[in-house]
Design a protein around this ligand. Structure first.
Ligand code: GN1
Ligand code: MG
Length: 369
């Protein structure tokens, strides 16, 4: 157990995990929390758990965070039972309480840990190599929204305030530019200019919410492709993970963030921005899938704004990466010096491409409304 990033025995004991610990693997998917697979032997059978170290700089109130997650996963589980869905235990995450009865354990170094049961026979994707998978991703996030349609959003804590409030995001961005804590502002004049010239976009959804024209729903708010577990046999998206930001929000946030990540022809951190563009075929697959499951719940205005939602979420993510670069890489995990800048550049290149393709995006969306 040398070189272990934490005392695994101590953590496992707290969660009363059965069997003999064999090994762990670190999973490098998220930009916020640290995730590990724990492999146990239980009477000759392999049993896996997922262990996460919650980033408490980002999620400052683990009690509230886990209360949201347990409420949401219980709701999904109960609904699936009610609807006679096959294998309900594979359709939402099952978190385990620790000895204190809480759904997280705080160790002596103040690290916050949580554990859920690994879902077998599934895979995750970081990129899309076929349109059917992205269609299935759209269906899965549409279903996720539907299943939470009768969940009382007012019972949820706001785990990160103003998470997709683009006006407040822009104000934070402006402050980061003014403060220039990292001293890197001279490197990013062009990117700052790109962000500034689109400031007016940041008001559009915020104003429509204030005017009562767009409904708040219970949304996921971080609908990256790799937050879906796809079934090995059917390729369907069977379980939505990473529930830290499930809060009242707009359907447009969830739709938009999925497109931002999944319909990009390049990775979020591709260094060659000429490879970045919006793949209209993938866009169409997702729209088709998402609207096939979510359409009946959406208002005409929501449907009309879907393409704008995609652009706005991409822009928001771009200013968040750029802001973190200016603040000295305090928020997102980074692997090298300019990582956040590279990410910001891909997001802005994608925004620019979406602006060129906006008419086409609208036309495609209309086909499925
Ligand atoms: C973060 O943790 P991860 O990788 O699922 C971030 C999202 C961003 C995303 C960009 C809590 O998500 O909002 O869109 O990175 N999550 C949080 O890849 O800030
Ligand atoms: Mg996340």
């Amino acid at each position: 157990m040398a070189n272990m990033p934490f005392n695994i025995e101590e953590v496992c004991e707290q969660f009363s995990l059965n069997g003999t610990f064999i090994r762990y693997e670190q999973i490098n998917n998220g930009h916020i929390n640290n995730t590990y697979h724990l492999i146990f032997d239980e009477e000759g059978q392999t049993k896996k758990y997922v262990l996460q170290k919650v980033n408490t700089h980002v999620f400052r109130k683990p009690d509230q965070l886990m209360s949201n997650i347990v409420a949401v996963t219980s709701h999904i589980h109960n609904k699936n039972i009610e609807n006679n869905v096959d294998c309900p235990e594979r359709r939402t995450l099952v978190f385990l309480p620790c000895l204190s009865g809480k759904y997280y354990y705080t160790d002596k170094n103040n690290n916050c840990w949580r554990v859920y049961i690994y879902v077998n026979d599934v895979y995750t994707c970081n990129t899309i190599d076929n349109e059917e998978i992205f269609f299935n991703a759209g269906v899965a996030f549409g279903e996720f929204q539907n299943i939470l349609a009768d969940f009382d959003g007012s019972s949820l804590f706001e785990t990160i305030e103003n998470f997709h409030n683009t006006v407040s995001r822009f104000a934070d961005f402006k402050k980061a530019v003014q403060e220039n804590l990292s001293g890197r502002l001279h490197n990013v004049k062009e990117e700052v200019e790109f962000a500034n010239t689109r400031e007016k976009d940041t008001h559009i959804l915020v104003d429509l919410i204030a005017e009562g024209k767009l409904p708040l729903r219970v949304t996921h708010n971080d609908t990256k492709l790799n937050n879906i577990l796809f079934d090995n046999k059917t390729n369907k998206g069977i379980c939505i993970i990473d529930l830290d930001t499930v809060m009242p929000g707009l359907s447009l946030y969830d739709f938009g963030d999925s497109i931002r990540f999944g319909a990009n022809t390049a990775a979020e951190d591709e260094k060659d921005v000429s490879k970045v563009s919006l793949d209209l075929n993938l866009y169409e697959s997702y729209v088709k899938g998402y609207l096939s499951s979510a359409k009946d719940a959406l208002t005409d205005l929501e449907k009309e704004l879907l393409p704008f939602g995609a652009k706005l979420m991409t822009y928001e993510c771009g200013i968040r990466f750029l802001m973190d670069y200016l603040n000295g890489d305090k928020y997102f995990h980074t692997d090298y010096d300019d990582h956040n800048l590279v990410r910001a550049r891909t997001q802005f290149a994608l925004v620019a491409d979406m602006e060129k393709k906006m008419d086409k995006m609208l036309e495609i969306t209309k086909k499925y409304c």
